[in-house]
Every structure is written in structure tokens, then in C-alpha cells.
Design a protein around this ligand. Structure first.
Ligand code: UD1
Length: 373
């Protein structure tokens, strides 16, 4: 009997863990493969990493690359050097990368240069904005990966437009909803709003971390003023990403927020506590990718502080609207008046994506080992 196929599941940063977890659990049930969790260490603070592993029932990583922070080139290069060594120590049969962070691209490059097949989960998303580091990672990863698992139909269209062969594209749905469904009961029992003493359905959640919003003092200053204005209309709860925390401190903007009565500042929250906070919110103001999807799934108005989105289905079918500092206050009022699109859950956002991905991967592994004889 042949030994089980060794599958690397690469996770790096906060938004990756909820994409990897359902697939890890699904593959653990299968006799034909042995999934190993690879953590590159791009996110390393306990509240950006460990709490997610715990919440999502993931074990300690089998391989930890411990790369930490740096410039884009430093971080991408550090992951490449460390991951190449890991692959040469024990060569995986397949590498699965998720999302669009620097580690996604770095591990794809390493694996392909070692002639190891790569599958990309959450392939085909495009914002059209090449000033976003994630857009570069998406385009380059999709150009190289052998199998492209897409979360929505628009992603298939993007890939076709780029000339990707039909047999590389597989529409599997949105795996983040599997994580939500897996933890639905725990999330509902958590009651984060009550714990922090805000009234359920009477507050907005804020998250900000995109370089385009937080790295320039003028832009971030304007956003802080806008949040203060919104907080006179509705209370805001703002769990602050480490990057944003650093910028608020160094630009001298933190005081303005801490003195604003209607804004609660929190450390970053784990998955269950954060999803509980979102689930009980009246609205969300964000620049995150994943939260645009989670709010569509939950039917909560989402105001995205960006000019573009790689997830347009959350606008056409969901609760998402793109806003700017000059339009967001008006949009908050509109959402509170109840004038907001009722959401439709996009096709295959059904909590069953991991099973489809596992079946797809099995077909490749079994076929290729049969072909090898
Ligand atoms: C990264 C991803 C982004 C994703 C985001 C989610 C890329 C290009 N960007 O951006 O797509 O949406 O994660 O959070 O891959 N830091 C800490 N502790 C940590 C991690 C980071 O203090 O655990 C600090 C770093 O020192 C750095 C800053 O936060 O100054 C930014 O971290 P980094 O991972 O480089 O980028 P993100 O902005 O988190």
C-alpha cells in the first residue's frame, strides 16, 4: 500500500486561519492523505495567531517558520528561504495556499520551483488596483498555481479573462462560511457586546488596517475625525490591528480616539469573540476583505472604506457598499434608517466548501499517483 499523500496547508496571517481550519479538519478524516499545518509566522502576536488556532480547533503547527515582520521584500524572502528548507527536509506531495498575503505568494514560488504542485484556495479575486500588495500576490499566485479553487463566480470570470485554462479553475464556494458554521453555537453563546457593556444592535464595529488608510498621517487623521463624528450618531467598538495601533501612536492620534466618549477601543479579538461582536452589531465599518464577506453572510450592513473591492459579489448580492471619509457619515445614517439592500447569500456560501475542496484534492492526488504507477 502506498503511503498517504503529504499535504502542506500554509497559514500565515490572521485571515488565513479561518480558511485553513475547515480544510485541515476535512483532510484529517481522509485515509489517502496526511495534512500538515505550516505556519509561516507572518503574524506572531498571541491575539493575531494563537487565539485563532485555539478557537478553530487547530493543533500547534507541524512546521513553524517564525519569519515575523519586515518590508514586503524582506518578509517574502524570509518565508521563501525558510519554506524551501522545510520542503527539502520533507517534501510534500501538494501545497495548499490560501488568500493573498505575502506568505501565499512566497510559498507558491518555492513549491513551484521545486516542481511541487500547488493549489490556491480563494483564487481569482481581483480588485483591479495594483497599488494593493495583496493584488500583486493574487495575480502572481494564480499565474503559478496548478489548481485554482474559487469562492464566487466573478472569480472564475476574472481567471478566464486572464487566459487561464478551464481545467485549472474549480468553483468550490467560500470556505470562511464553513468556519462560521462550525463555530456558530459558540459564537452565539459568546455575547461579546454584553461583556464589554455595549447594547446589542445599537453599535457599529470598526476595523482598519490597510496601508492606504493607516500609513499616511493625513489620511488616518481624517478617518479618526470621521469616526468621532459617526460616534455621535452611533456608538463604535474598534478592535485595533497592531499596524494601526503603531500608526495611531506615532502620528499622535491615539488621544483623540481615547477621549471620544462614543468609541470603545479594544485589543484585536479572537475569532469567536470578534464574530459575536459582528453578529450583534447594527453595522460594520471596515477595510478588511473577509469582513465584507462575513457581513454579507450574516445580513449586516457593511461600509467598506476603500475605492475598490476584490469581492464585488458582496456589493451586487450582499450588504456591502464602498464608502469614503466624505460619504461614510451619510451612509451610516442611511443604514440606520433601514434603507439597505436585503442580502442574498452567494452561490456555494453554504458551509460545505471544505468537503468540495477535499474531494477535488483527492482526485488530483489519486489520479497523479495512479498515473505515476
Ligand atoms: C497582512 C496582510 C493583509 C491582511 C492582514 C490581516 C500582506 C501583504 N498583508 O497585513 O493582506 O489583510 O495581514 O491582518 O501579507 N504586527 C504585530 N504583530 C503581529 C503581526 C504584525 O505587531 O502579529 C505588526 C508588524 O510589526 C507590522 C504590522 O503589524 O508593523 C503589519 O503587519 P504585517 O503582517 O506585515 O501586515 P498586515 O498589515 O497585518
Amino acid at each position: 500500500m502506498t503511503s498517504p499523500a503529504l499535504i502542506h496547508l500554509v497559514a500565515a496571517a490572521r485571515p488565513n486561519f479561518m480558511k485553513v481550519a475547515p480544510l485541515f479538519h476535512a483532510l484529517k478524516q481522509e485515509a489517502w492523505c496526511r495534512p500538515l499545518l505550516v505556519h509561516t509566522g507572518q503574524h506572531y502576536d498571541p491575539e493575531m495567531s494563537d487565539v485563532f488556532l485555539r478557537d478553530l480547533g487547530l493543533p500547534a503547527p507541524d512546521v513553524h517558520l517564525c519569519v515575523g515582520s519586515g518590508t514586503h521584500s524582506e518578509q517574502t524572502a524570509a518565508v521563501m528561504v525558510a519554506y524551501e528548507k522545510a520542503c527539502m527536509r520533507e517534501r510534500p506531495d501538494w501545497v495548499v495556499v490560501v488568500g493573498d498575503v505575502n506568505s501565499t505568494l512566497a510559498c507558491t514560488l518555492v513549491a513551484k520551483k521545486l516542481c511541487i504542485p500547488v493549489a490556491h484556495l480563494e483564487a481569482g479575486l481581483r480588485s483591479g488596483d495594483r497599488a494593493m500588495p495583496e493584488e500583486i500576490n493574487r495575480i502572481a499566485t494564480d499565474a503559478l498555481a496548478d489548481v485554482l479553487w474559487t469562492p464566487s463566480i466573478d472569480a472564475n470570470e476574472n481567471l478566464r479573462r486572464e487566459g487561464v485554462a478551464e481545467e485549472r479553475i474549480q468553483f468550490v464556494g467560500n470556505i470562511m462560511m464553513d468556519s462560521y458554521e462550525f463555530l456558530r453555537e459558540k459564537i452565539s453563546a459568546e455575547k461579546t457586546a454584553v461583556d464589554i457593556n455595549v447594547e446589542p444592535c445599537r453599535y457599529g464595529v470598526v476595523t482598519l488596517h490597510r496601508p492606504s488608510n493607516v500609513d499616511d498621517s493625513g489620511t488616518l487623521g481624517k478617518l479618526v475625525e470621521t469616526l468621532c463624528e459617526i460616534s455621535s450618531v452611533i456608538s463604535l467598538v474598534f478592535p485595533i490591528h497592531p499596524r494601526t495601533w503603531q500608526r495611531l501612536q506615532s502620528f499622535g492620534l491615539m488621544e483623540r480616539l481615547t477621549h471620544s466618549k462614543g468609541i470603545r477601543l479594544l485589543e484585536p479579538l479572537g475569532y469567536v469573540r470578534f464574530m459575536s461582536l459582528v453578529q450583534d452589531a447594527a453595522l460594520v465599518i471596515t477595510d478588511s476583505g473577509g469582513i465584507q464577506e462575513e457581513t454579507t453572510y450574516l445580513g449586516i450592513p457593511c461600509l467598506t472604506l476603500r475605492n475598490t473591492t476584490e469581492r464585488p459579489i458582496t456589493i451586487s448580492q450582499g450588504t456591502n457598499r464602498l464608502v469614503s471619509p466624505s460619504t461614510v457619515v451619510e451612509q451610516v445614517r442611511e443604514s440606520l434608517s433601514g434603507n439597505w439592500q436585503i442580502t442574498v447569500r452567494p452561490q456555494l456560501w453554504d458551509g460545505q466548501t471544505a468537503g468540495r475542496v477535499a474531494a477535488s484534492l483527492r482526485s488530483f492526488c489519486v489520479d497523479s499517483s495512479t498515473a505515476r504507477g
